[in-house]
Design a protein around this ligand. Structure first.
Ligand SMILES: [Zn+2]
Length: 200
């Protein structure tokens, strides 16, 4: 599909916007100009980079930006009408949570997951809440990185197992919810029906 003159102008402007890493791929340059870099290139394979830019992203929907602007202007999450309809009902989020941030900051800072974890520990102390900062990762490379299966996914599997154990044992105390850094053993897979993992 041929780009309109307005779309071409937006793409040209996006390519001039400063960002952490430059790339030789035009689609990648446009995407990171609009959103900011979402991954460290060294963490994704050439085939993943090709798929992201040439297969997954032939067209970039812009419809979410008015909503994102409202969230940024408010400084916390709001609905698409700008109303604070999420944080006012923590009782609706009765579930274990795991927050994973990259230690090599990109796009967002680890402070976001720090605050989210504190919020859940305060409002839902009966569930397990954990936070992990994985060194060397930025944002989406936490989930699509070539080494994610070794350095990130074990944290998710471990949390699933511990949260399920906690549920069987009647929940966890606030003291059992915590933040930690790395080096978890590979856990055994298991069934779970109440879990949120956020890569922030
Ligand atoms: Zn790139």
């Amino acid at each position: 599909m041929k780009a309109t003159p307005r779309q071409q102008l937006l793409k040209s402007i996006a390519q001039f916007i400063p960002r952490c890493e430059r790339c030789t791929c035009d689609e990648c340059e446009v995407f990171s100009g609009i959103f900011g870099n979402t991954f460290w290139h060294e963490n994704v394979s050439p085939s993943m980079h090709h798929w992201l830019n040439k297969v997954n992203l032939p067209r970039l929907p812009m419809a979410a930006f008015p909503h994102l602007r409202k969230i940024c202007n408010n400084g916390f999450i709001v609905d698409s009408n700008g109303k604070n309809s999420y944080l006012t009902h923590p009782e609706r989020m009765a579930l274990p949570t795991l927050y994973i941030s990259g230690g090599k900051s990109l796009l967002v800072t680890p402070q976001t997951s720090f605050l989210a974890n504190k919020y859940m520990m305060l409002h839902q102390p009966g569930f397990r809440h954990e936070r992990v900062v994985v060194e060397g990762f930025g944002h989406s490379d936490l989930l699509i990185g070539e080494e994610s299966y070794k350095k990130v996914f074990p944290h998710i599997l471990s949390h699933l197992r511990l949260a399920e154990d906690g549920r069987r044992n009647g929940g966890v105390s606030a003291e059992e919810s915590f933040c930690h850094g790395a080096n978890l053993p590979l856990p055994v897979p298991f069934k779970v029906d109440h879990f949120v993992a956020a890569a922030l």
